[in-house]
Design a protein around this ligand. Structure first.
Ligand code: CDP
Length: 196
């Protein structure tokens, strides 16, 4: 079976948690595509070259979840050369045998427009910043500023900007618990699986 679940949305909307839960629930593989951009951003040197030569060690670094890595990721992610270097790997992962969940910014729009399920997971900037602050600590106002800056860069770039695919199902998690958000996503996937 080939079955792709594309989960896009802005920073700290809950994509990661939902993606892992959906993958577990259905026994699908999971790829957090943000990690690829974070690793490129933190590798240093020429970003295009960094993207073409990513290694498992680059993806295993301990500092990829930091705010700094998020900012570095969103800067290199605006470069067409970087995006182009990462497309094939993501497409192969998405359309490999056995079902796959990919979360990112452009999965439903660019990487896998043919995905069987497309979700756009979002929440207000304040709620997202609060969640990121609970995870990472620091100054909450600065975390909110960072979230807004990254949203603007991700939505405003020319190449693969963050936006919902026209046929994506929107899940606004602002007032949802994790369990409610996961249940909403699982229900969409289940309904589509029944039809295949
Ligand atoms: O976890 P969080 O939502 O904060 O970020 P992430 O998913 O790890 O992504 C980090 C950055 O990588 C984003 O701000 C985007 O600029 C970039 N990214 C992208 O351009 N395309 C993707 N498919 C995934 C991430």
């Amino acid at each position: 079976m080939i079955f792709t679940v594309a989960i896009d949305g802005p920073a700290a909307a809950g994509k990661g948690t939902i993606s892992r839960a959906v993958a577990d629930r259905f026994g699908f593989r999971h790829l957090d595509t943000g990690l690829l951009y974070r690793a490129v951003g933190m590798k240093g040197g020429d970003p295009g070259e960094a993207a073409r030569s990513l290694t498992p060690e680059d993806l295993g670094r301990g500092d990829l979840r930091t705010l700094e890595a998020g900012q570095a990721a969103s800067r290199v992610a605006a470069l067409p050369e970087v995006r182009a270097a990462l497309v094939e790997f993501q497409r192969r992962f998405a359309r490999g045998e056995g079902g796959a969940v990919l979360d990112g910014r452009d999965i439903g729009t660019v990487i896998c427009p043919e995905a069987e399920v497309k979700l756009y997971v979002t929440a207000s900037p304040e709620v997202r910043a609060h969640r990121r602050w609970l995870e990472l600590g620091g100054d909450e106002a600065q975390v909110l500023a960072e979230v807004r800056e990254r949203d603007a860069r991700d939505m405003g770039r020319a190449d693969a900007p963050l936006r919902p695919a026209s046929d994506a199902v929107l899940i606004d998690t602002s007032r949802m618990t994790i369990d409610e958000a996961v249940a909403a996503a699982v229900a969409v996937v289940e309904a589509r699986l029944v039809g295949t």
